[in-house]
Design a protein around this ligand. Structure first.
Ligand code: UDP
Length: 456
């Protein structure tokens, strides 16, 4: 009897990383691979706290957890402390976990580790233990191409050895993909030199891990992004993951999804609701939050708005006086939405997004036009793809006080909703993305070759 191949999937402990790796894990399980998914204990507790009994019962993968070593330093679970802590404690703990799994499951021992490039040390552990290694890059290929170009950019005098731009001009990593302003380099949005160093170090570590990976899975497809993919050796585009095999696991979110918004959407006219969501980490000042609310009110449109409980400087937001009463008949506010189901809903007309890569791919997969409000890291580059390369969205602009005003929000919503060209581009892009994951498409074939490699 043929032994089932057994793969360990290791994400970076953050929502935007766990989500795509869970989707990948489900797809692998669907193709007959046995999958164990290793979260840190800290993340697993969040995941288990919101998992429904049905999802738990139907889950086709095994969830396990290992210590991140930070229980006695919980304040280090952010930024530099987190990355240092992970590198210090987790490799040995992961090694121990692999040994434990193989000891208790000796009939089908682990054969491969599939790990996030952001935790590239997991691939080192796999190498050391004689297991196959497959890397996953959960952001866009352009972002990885930029990291790989760092030495060349330094050599050409475009950036210095700390990542700061030397010239104030558009930085181009290839002729075909949108140029970046120096402020849009992934490491240049931190506001201070310590933050920049932290982000630049992550880019350098990612580059190093990418250079030693023989396969890098990426949540994109050649049909929509061949130029960026061409800049990353060993890349295997297998996305957009959400559409693949129509699997849509709700396991892996850290907050419980409020499905009441789906029945609310059912009652709204087709193509009438603006969906606003800024992912899991974006934060706003109270002043900026007020402008979003008042901009939505001024637009006169129906809206579904995700307001996380920590969205205003890590604490809960206060709505402007009377806003909730005035908009109660045309607005729905939830703390966390089943985003992919929302984006697939026929009542939704556009997506106001922070342009995280998962959100970008989810919006693209469902033909949504975007209003872009990037916040951090690769989101500025993703905004350039959306607005300049694919032409499926518009960018919200800050005023001289550093605020995106209610008037800007209303004006851009009006502009987006009446721009037939953008909608047509969004539908064409959706078609290309779906073609890629359908039988015979490039991502479909790449996924088949991944399965063959894992089963070999
Ligand atoms: N998401 C969700 N419900 C929400 C908001 C976001 O399920 O109300 C999911 C979204 O579908 C995406 C992920 O959270 O898969 C966010 O990832 P992304 O890369 O877009 O942003 P990040 O959170 O990393 O900034």
């Amino acid at each position: 009897m043929e032994l089932q191949q057994h793969v360990l999937v290791v994400p970076c402990p953050a929502q935007g990383h766990v989500t795509p790796l869970i989707k990948l894990a489900y797809n692998l399980a669907y193709h007959g691979i046995k999958v164990t998914f290793a979260n840190s204990e800290y993340i697993e507790a969040k995941v288990l706290a919101v998992i429904s009994d049905v999802d738990r019962e139907q889950c086709p993968i095994t969830l396990v957890a290992y210590s991140d070593g930070l229980d006695s330093h919980p304040e280090q679970r952010y930024g530099q402390g987190l990355m240092d802590g992970l590198k210090k404690y987790m490799p040995a703990n992961l090694e121990k976990l692999i040994k434990q799994i193989n000891h208790s499951d000796n009939k089908e021992p682990l054969t491969c580790v599939i790990a996030d490039l952001t935790v590239g040390w997991s691939l080192e552990v796999a190498r050391k233990m004689g297991l196959k290694q497959v890397a996953v890059w959960p952001a866009g290929p352009g972002c990885l191409a930029l990291a790989l170009r760092i030495p060349k950019l330094i050599k050409e005098g475009v950036i210095d050895e700390y990542g700061s731009a030397i010239q104030d001009e558009l930085i181009c990593i290839s002729e075909e993909i949108p140029g970046l302003k120096s402020s849009e380099l992934t490491w240049n949005r931190s506001g201070d030199s310590a933050g920049q160093k932290f982000l630049f170090d992550i880019a350098l570590a990612t580059k190093q891990a990418a250079e030693s990976a023989s396969i890098i899975l990426c949540n994109t497809c050649d049909e929509i992004d061949s130029s960026s993919c061409a800049l990353v050796p060993n890349i295997l585009p297998i996305g957009p993951l959400p559409a693949m095999k129509n699997l849509n696991p709700s396991i892996g979110t850290f907050s419980s999804q409020d499905s009441s918004c789906l029945s609310w959407l059912d009652k709204q006219p087709s193509n009438s609701v603006i969906y606003i969501a800024f992912g899991s980490t974006a934060l706003f000042s109270q002043k900026q939050f007020d402008e979003i609310a008042l901009g939505l009110e001024l637009s006169g449109q129906l809206f579904l708005w995700v307001v996380r409980s920590n969205i205003v400087n890590r604490s809960s937001a206060e709505f402007p006086d009377g806003f909730l009463e005035r908009t109660s008949s045309r607005g729905k506010i939830v703390e966390w939405a089943p985003q992919e189901k929302v984006l697939a809903h026929t009542s939704v007309s556009c997506f106001v997004s922070h342009c995280g890569w998962n959100s970008t791919m989810e919006g693209v997969s469902h033909g949504q036009p975007f209003l872009c409000w990037p916040y951090f890291w690769d989101q500025f580059q993703n905004k350039s793809y959306i607005c300049d390369a694919w032409k499926v969205g518009l960018e919200l602009k800050y005023d001289e006080d550093g605020i995106i005003s209610r008037h800007e929000i209303k004006t851009k919503i009006d502009q987006l909703l009446t721009d037939d060209g953008i909608k047509a581009n969004a539908l064409k892009l959706m078609g290309d993305a779906r073609k890629s994951v359908n039988e015979g498409g490039s991502s479909y074939q790449n996924f088949e070759s991944l399965i063959k490699y894992l089963k070999a």
